[in-house]
Each structure stands twice: as structure tokens, then as C-alpha cells.
Design a protein around this ligand. Structure first.
Ligand SMILES: *[C@@H]1O[C@H](CO)[C@@H](O)[C@H](O)[C@H]1NC(C)=O
Ligand SMILES: *[C@@H]1O[C@H](CO)[C@@H](O)[C@H](O)[C@H]1NC(C)=O
Ligand SMILES: *[C@@H]1O[C@H](CO)[C@@H](O)[C@H](O)[C@H]1NC(C)=O
Ligand SMILES: *[C@@H]1O[C@H](CO)[C@@H](O)[C@H](O)[C@H]1NC(C)=O
Ligand SMILES: *[C@@H]1O[C@H](CO)[C@@H](O)[C@H](O)[C@H]1NC(C)=O
Ligand SMILES: *[C@@H]1O[C@H](CO)[C@@H](O)[C@H](O)[C@H]1NC(C)=O
Ligand SMILES: *[C@@H]1O[C@H](CO)[C@@H](O)[C@H](O)[C@H]1NC(C)=O
Ligand SMILES: *[C@@H]1O[C@H](CO)[C@@H](O)[C@H](O)[C@H]1NC(C)=O
Ligand SMILES: *[C@@H]1O[C@H](CO)[C@@H](O)[C@H](O)[C@H]1NC(C)=O
Length: 291
């Protein structure tokens, strides 16, 4: 039980109202399997801002081409808020009535170290744990830090009625600016006392905008192997602040009618359209336009 005491239990509200995403205005962008690849990204070096923004469109499969960041399939790139959504597996474990493990996914390990401009988004992602005898541990930045959360219930619960995190599928925020994250799913008592209504657990770090706990039930063996949306923040420059980047106008990335924002206090900066303007803030030619 020692490990349990080390868990940092933070109850957070996990329902944010979903805001309308602005549509991308600007130059027609290349696409991979129907997914637009807006500047500063590109499939060829001459269309990308730099080699770090080159993306791989994997056409080697029989299925339709897939846009990849490393080995992570990309689901969406947003230039308006400098985020990228990638697809990641949910973790799971299942037990029989004696508490023997019957099925378990491996740990999830995310390593963005070789992509200097990406961080896990702390404003968009939560750790979500579903199950009545389930906990998940997050280890980050070389194993120095660990936190996690526990979901425990002694009766079958209806997640559709869930309005708080406690007991009904817990959710917790993640630290700011992570480049690496390891996630493990575990059980306190091998689901022995809850097996009849909760034989399995599920855990993932994912986009709270696209997650609705009302759409889920306590996991069973039919709910294994799902994918979740993980949100990455990206920076246009990662070794300078806004103030430093502005000193060199020819390499400064933000277009007309934008403002510059230091990421997590910098170094690292991102561009955003000024209020009342929209478009691709990284397009130096057109910038953001009034509407
Ligand atoms: C493309 O996908 C195939 C099948 O998933 C994989 O074997 C191959 O390594 C991928 N190629 C690249 C360049 O990622
Ligand atoms: C299941 O657990 C029981 C009790 O711990 C043990 O005796 C048994 O060998 C286990 N069965 C399997 C198939 O592992
Ligand atoms: C575990 O679940 C996966 C995904 O549903 C399935 O492919 C696999 O066969 C299962 N393994 C066992 C031992 O049940
Ligand atoms: C993460 O990836 C980097 C670069 O590929 C590598 O040097 C490093 O060892 C990896 N970190 C871990 C914890 O595996
Ligand atoms: C479930 O837990 C509650 C609160 O700890 C307790 O009052 C109740 O008796 C428990 N029910 C069962 C069936 O163990
Ligand atoms: C939840 O389910 C409703 C109704 O099936 C659907 O309209 C909605 O898009 C789902 N929400 C999410 C976040 O999956
Ligand atoms: C979540 O799903 C429920 C049931 O499908 C729906 O009534 C509710 O509006 C959804 N909430 C959000 C924020 O999408
Ligand atoms: C400004 O940026 C340009 C383009 O990246 C570069 O060629 C030039 O050396 C930079 N000038 C200074 C003073 O750093
Ligand atoms: C950018 O803004 C400046 C100053 O407002 C203006 O002179 C210039 O024409 C604009 N460039 C474009 C491409 O809109």
C-alpha cells in the first residue's frame, strides 16, 4: 500500500465547454490522406519552415496514406492555437474472478525528446482512469517524478450520471511542458471484490475536449484496444523568446496582425492572431485577416 500513499490525488473538474474551432483561412495546403498539412508544416522541405516541421506521409500501406509524427498517427494540425492531435492507444487490464490477470496492455511511453518543438499539452490533456479497482501511475522526466490517480467504487456506477471525477472514473491534470511520459495501469486488489460489475480497467492521457465520460461505461473485455486523442503543443521557435526572435525580422515567424507568446515562460514562442482577425498566424505573406 506504500505506493498508494505516494499518489498525488488531485480532484479537478474535467468538463470544459467545447469552444467552436475557427476554420483555417489562408493558402491551400498540401494534404496527406485528406488531412491538410498547413504551413509551417510540410511534406517537402521547400514547403516547410524548416526540417523540424517536415512530416512523413506514409503511403506504403494498402490503406489510405497516413500522416505521422515519428510513429504517432496525426489526427489534426491546428495553426490557430499551435496544437497537434495524435492518436495513442488506451491502456487496459482485465482480471478473472480469482483476481488473475487475463489481459493487459503494455505501458505507454511517449518520448518527444527528438522533436524539440513539441510538448504534451497540459491545458488540453487529462489523465483519465475508468474502472472500480483501477489506478494509473504517470512517470515523467526521467523517473524523478510520479503521480497518478485512483478510481475505486464498491458498486456498479453509471458513468452517464458522472458529474465529478471521484469514484466514477477519475481524472487529473498533467504537469506543464512534459517531453516524456510513461503511463502504467494497475489495480489495488486485482478487481477481486468488484469483478462482477468491473472486471477491467482503462487508463489514458487524452484530450478533454474530445472525451465525454457520459459516453463511456465501466470497461469490460469489449472495450479494449481503443485509441484516444492526445494533444501536443508546438512552438515555432524553441530556443528563443519572443523578444529575441523579434530582433531578427527575417527569421521571425509571426505574420501581420498577430501577437507573439512565450511558451511556458520561454524559451520557445508561438504566434496567435490578434482579436478580431483570423487566418494562419505563421503565414508571413498574408498573416491574419480582419473579418
Ligand atoms: C509506413 O507504414 C508501414 C506499415 O505500418 C511501416 O512498416 C513503415 O515502416 C512505415 N514507413 C515509415 C517511413 O514510417
Ligand atoms: C488463479 O489464482 C489462483 C489463486 O491465486 C491460483 O491458485 C491459480 O493457479 C491461478 N490460476 C491461473 C490459471 O493462473
Ligand atoms: C487481449 O486483448 C486484445 C485486444 O482486444 C486481444 O487481441 C488479445 O487476444 C487478448 N488477449 C488475451 C490473452 O485475451
Ligand atoms: C528519448 O528519445 C531520445 C532521442 O531519441 C533518446 O536519446 C532518449 O534516450 C529517450 N529517452 C528515454 C527515457 O528512453
Ligand atoms: C461501499 O462503500 C461505502 C462507503 O465507504 C460503504 O458505506 C458501503 O457499506 C460499501 N458497500 C459495500 C457493499 O461494501
Ligand atoms: C457522445 O455521444 C453522443 C451521442 O451518441 C455524440 O453525439 C457525441 O459526439 C459523443 N461525444 C464524444 C465526445 O464522443
Ligand atoms: C456528453 O454525452 C452526453 C450523452 O451522449 C450528452 O448528453 C452531452 O451533451 C455530452 N456532453 C458534451 C460536453 O459533449
Ligand atoms: C537572421 O535570420 C536569417 C534567416 O534565418 C539568418 O540568415 C541571419 O543570419 C540572421 N541574422 C542574425 C543577425 O542573426
Ligand atoms: C502588413 O501590415 C503592414 C502594416 O500594417 C502593411 O503595410 C502591409 O501591407 C501588410 N502586409 C500584408 C501582406 O498584408
Amino acid at each position: 500500500m506504500k505506493v498508494v500513499h505516494r499518489l498525488l490525488l488531485v480532484a479537478v473538474t474535467c468538463w470544459l465547454r467545447e469552444g467552436g474551432a475557427p476554420t483555417v483561412a489562408g493558402d491551400p495546403a498540401p494534404a496527406c490522406g485528406g488531412m491538410p498539412v498547413p504551413y509551417p508544416f510540410g511534406l517537402k522541405l521547400q514547403y516547410a519552415r524548416s526540417v523540424e516541421f517536415l512530416l512523413n506521409c506514409n503511403t506504403s500501406e494498402e490503406s489510405r496514406p497516413r500522416l505521422l509524427l515519428g510513429d504517432m498517427p496525426i489526427r489534426k494540425i491546428s495553426v490557430e492555437d499551435s496544437t497537434m492531435v495524435v492518436s495513442q492507444p488506451e491502456l487496459y487490464d482485465c482480471y478473472d474472478k480469482d483476481g488473475n490477470l487475463t489481459n493487459r496492455s503494455g505501458d505507454l511511453f511517449i518520448n518527444l525528446t527528438s522533436f524539440p518543438q513539441y510538448r504534451l499539452s497540459d491545458t488540453r490533456n487529462n489523465l483519465i482512469v475508468l474502472g472500480c479497482d483501477t489506478y494509473a501511475l504517470m512517470t515523467y522526466e526521467g523517473g524523478t517524478f510520479q503521480s497518478g490517480c485512483v478510481s475505486y467504487c464498491n458498486n456498479s456506477v453509471d458513468l452517464a450520471k458522472g458529474i465529478t471525477c471521484s469514484n466514477l472514473g477519475c481524472c487529473q491534470s498533467i504537469p506543464k511542458g512534459l517531453k516524456t511520459l510513461r503511463l502504467r495501469i494497475l489495480s489495488l486488489d486485482s478487481h477481486k471484490s468488484v469483478w462482477q460489475f468491473s472486471p477491467c480497467g482503462v487508463a489514458f492521457v487524452g484530450d478533454r475536449k474530445s472525451f465525454n465520460i457520459s459516453n463511456r461505461t465501466l470497461p469490460t473485455s469489449n472495450d479494449l484496444g481503443k485509441k484516444t486523442d492526445l494533444v501536443l503543443d508546438w512552438m515555432i521557435g524553441w530556443d528563443v523568446t519572443c523578444a529575441q526572435a523579434m530582433l531578427n525580422w527575417s527569421s521571425y515567424a509571426c505574420g501581420n496582425n498577430t501577437y507573439c507568446n512565450d511558451y511556458a515562460g520561454g524559451p520557445g514562442y508561438r504566434c496567435f492572431c490578434k482579436a478580431g482577425y483570423e487566418g494562419n498566424p505563421y503565414n508571413r505573406l498574408h498573416g491574419c485577416q480582419g473579418n
